[in-house]
Design a binder for this molecule. Structure first.
Ligand code: MN
Length: 236
């Protein structure tokens, strides 16, 4: 697997509460978008992904999905406990979307409104549902994806990591084909760029680094209202 990642504060927010992990040795890519006052969002996203990675390092990869689920549960507890013992971190939480590639398979865990996409043979498809108020409305057919991008309540999450003692985690196992690209991103990207535009940029930029830069540059050109994080991996 080859991968590139980029994260940017954007043009409006005072700090970057997004975080990512790219660990090619483990075949691990992950993004997190933290939330909470007093920089607690930054604490939450870093704590969640660092805990996830440490936990995975401790375990053999014989059952990668079970390992990821267990590590995600520990990350949840760790963020939650930290928020209870620290007044400035009260109520903090984060999204978490991670894929571990082992052999020819990708194992995904997901909570919140960051996204994972699969780009295969020229087509971009969603691997995750947004755990947000507007995401639910899109799934029941009350809103289109495009309307959701402009909805005033688009930032309201229905599920996050670290805000409660335990959390329900979506998971997926997928078989990879050579040439597949996996894209992880935070909402700062997809709120200002459509799926069709993402697909075109990936198609026109076979070089991963170039593609991540083009995605970031377009999000900034659209005003960069939020932190923007993009991880793009190629399965060879
Ligand atoms: Mn965000």
């Amino acid at each position: 697997m080859l991968a590139e990642a980029i994260s940017h504060t954007g043009l409006v927010r005072p700090g970057n509460e997004d975080y990512y992990i790219l660990d090619l040795e483990m075949g691990l890519i992950a993004v997190a978008d933290g939330m909470g006052g007093h920089q607690a969002g930054e604490v939450a996203s870093h704590l969640a992904l660092n805990t996830l990675r440490e936990r995975l390092l401790d375990r053999p990869a014989d059952d990668p999905l079970a390992g990821l689920m267990a590590a995600t549960a520990v990350a949840n507890e760790t963020v939650f406990r930290s928020s209870l013992s620290n007044q400035e971190q009260e109520g903090m939480g984060t999204t978490l979307t991670a894929i571990r590639v082992v052999g020819n398979k990708g194992f995904l865990v997901h909570i919140g409104d960051s996204r994972a996409y699969l780009y295969r043979e020229g087509r971009l498809q969603h691997l995750t549902d947004d755990h947000s108020y507007v995401g639910e409305l899109v799934r029941c057919g009350s809103l289109t994806l495009d309307e959701a991008r402009h909805h005033p309540r688009r930032n309201v999450l229905t599920r996050a990591l670290g805000t409660e003692k335990s959390v329900e985690v979506d998971n997926l196992e997928l078989e990879l084909k050579p040439g597949d690209r996996l894209l992880l991103c935070t909402d700062g990207l997809y709120e200002v760029i459509s799926d069709a535009e993402i697909q075109t940029i990936i198609a026109c930029n076979p070089e991963l680094k170039r593609a991540t830069q083009e995605l970031l540059e377009l999000a900034l050109k659209r005003g960069g209202p939020d932190n923007i994080t993009v991880v793009l991996a190629l399965y060879e």
